[in-house]
Design a protein around this ligand. Structure first.
Ligand SMILES: Cc1cc2nc3c(=O)[nH]c(=O)nc-3n(C[C@H](O)[C@H](O)[C@H](O)COP(=O)(O)OP(=O)(O)OC[C@H]3O[C@@H](n4cnc5c(N)ncnc54)[C@H](O)[C@@H]3O)c2cc1C
Length: 435
């Protein structure tokens, strides 16, 4: 079971991250007390839950959200803030494994999550430091060839905003000698993720949605009307949505079976002077490299370098986050050797075996969406729209995902951790050897 991440929390209930230190004021919402009736109850107030609830409230449903801790407590409030299009697996794998029809359906939606985020920001005037453009950097020629292939694939699915930077051309974007090229997605970007989820939560409440914080679901009771129990009360609803992702633990065993929580760690430097920031990231884009165990980084709005990387299987933290991530940062930007690290935090994302999102039904009136496998900023916003559609009675697009078969991790979660750690070791070795 995932360890509740409370030991590392801030006074106001968030991880000790740069984002918690720079979040907009948010109300401390009360815990659920007593019995409530709504149309839809959503469990989890990250991007998936809040975005689902907001789509539903916009359609006139009476919605309540139950959050175990605070809005944005999970991955949504702690991630790299990178708006990366599409999924954690490429379209050719989807074509090969699930056929043309699935690939076409998923491909048609691969760039929609990004558009939804931008619509939300505009429609609800959400202040979350949105910047445009993200890069996929190649650490060797093989990765550069893969990026060329990736560009062709996305273009096949209608995405024409990619620019391949071969040779030293990437140096206009990234002040590091580490790469052999990069692929720039002009339509990607980066933002302050906690402020994005808080802004959407405020929009939900303005539409009449209700959010209960400090209210973990303790039991899910199936029936014609679903009952979601917490320590202090019960919500009875026509439908329910499970959006607890990596923090859900094993309270819904059907969901725990086919996914595994993984930790990833992030550090943020002191504020950099303008000249240094301009040297390392002259165009202020987000970057992720193409390694299996990838590094991801960007500047914050106050010119701190936010640098993430590493994966710990089972969601446990390394002994020192700074000790684990700082060497990666210095490998990319040796000139930052003397820079101070002001923040270090970690968070859990949810991995699936095929690295595609897991959407489906536990019952005729209980839905779930989870398992974006490390690339969830855009996919979780797409999930919200699809949950809104299926609850309205339009199931085709949700079912395009629900039809994807997900296999359990060999040996279940407990035994999958050593297997995946071995897999990670193997891939880390491949990354190092550049094969
Ligand atoms: C450190 C880090 C960096 C990342 N960087 C990126 C990135 O740059 N770009 C990208 O695309 N993706 C990134 N990801 C992945 C992305 O953040 C996630 O895929 C996405 O935020 C998942 O959103 P979610 O709402 O499904 O889950 P979460 O945000 O984890 O939300 C789940 C919520 O459910 C609540 N909950 C759990 N159980 C219960 C219960 N029983 N009752 C009530 N509430 C419950 C939790 O408290 C939590 O608030 C990153 C992830 C991490 C951890």
């Amino acid at each position: 079971m995932t360890q509740p991440d409370v030991a590392s929390t801030h006074r106001d209930g968030h991880a000790r991250s740069l984002y918690a230190a720079t979040m907009h004021a948010a109300p401390d919402r009360p815990a659920l007390v007593g019995h409530q009736h709504v149309d839809v109850c959503v469990v989890g107030a990250g991007f998936t839950g809040i975005s689902s609830a907001l789509h539903l409230a916009e359609q006139g449903f009476r919605v309540a959200v139950l959050e175990a801790q605070r809005v944005g407590f999970g991955a949504s409030g702690r991630n790299g803030g990178q708006i990366v299009n599409s999924y954690s697996r490429d379209m050719d794998m989807i074509e090969a494994r699930f056929g043309q029809a699935s690939a076409r359906a998923l491909g048609d939606m691969a760039f929609e999550g990004n558009r939804i985020i931008r619509e939300r920001i505009e429609q609800y005037a959400i202040q979350c430091d949105l910047k445009n453009g993200n890069l996929f950097a190649a650490c060797n020629d093989k990765q550069l060839a893969a990026l060329k292939h990736h560009k062709a694939l996305w273009e096949k699915y209608g995405h024409q905003e990619l620019e391949l930077l071969e040779g030293d051309a990437y140096r206009r974007e990234i002040g590091s000698a580490r790469y052999t090229g990069a692929l720039l997605d002009h339509s990607g970007g980066h933002l302050h993720p906690l402020n994005l989820v808080l802004g959407q939560a405020a929009a939900l409440e303005a539409l009449g949605g209700v959010i209960f914080e400090h209210s973990p679901m303790t039991r899910l009771e199936h029936g014609e009307r679903v009952k979601i129990h917490t320590a202090g009360g019960v919500i009875e609803a026509e439908r329910a949505v499970m959006a607890g992702n990596a923090y859900l633990g094993d309270i819904v065993p059907e969901l725990a079976d086919r996914s595994m929580p993984c930790g990833t760690q992030v550090i943020a430097t002191e504020v950099l002077d303008e000249a240094t920031a301009k040297r390392i990231l002259p165009t202020d884009r987000a970057v992720e490299d193409s390694n299996y165990l990838l590094d991801y980084y960007r500047l914050s709005s106050e010119r701190r370098l936010i640098y993430g990387g590493g994966v710990t299987y089972g969601g446990r933290d390394p002994a020192s986050i700074e000790g684990a991530i700082r060497p990666k940062l210095l490998k990319t930007f040796p000139e930052l050797e003397k820079v101070a690290i002001d923040y270090a935090w970690s968070g859990n994302f949810l991995l699936t075996l095929n690295r595609l999102p897991q959407f489906g039904r536990l019952n005729h009136n209980v839905y779930y969406a989870q398992g974006y496998s490390g690339h969830g900023v855009t996919a979780s916003h797409l999930a919200g729209r699809l949950v809104g559609e299926i609850i309205k009675g339009e199931s085709a697009r949700f079912d395009a995902f629900a039809d994807i078969r997900h296999l359990p991790f060999p040996g279940g979660r407990r035994f999958a951790v050593p297997f995946s750690a071995m897999g990670a070791w193997y891939y880390a070795l491949r990354d190092r050897l550049g094969v």
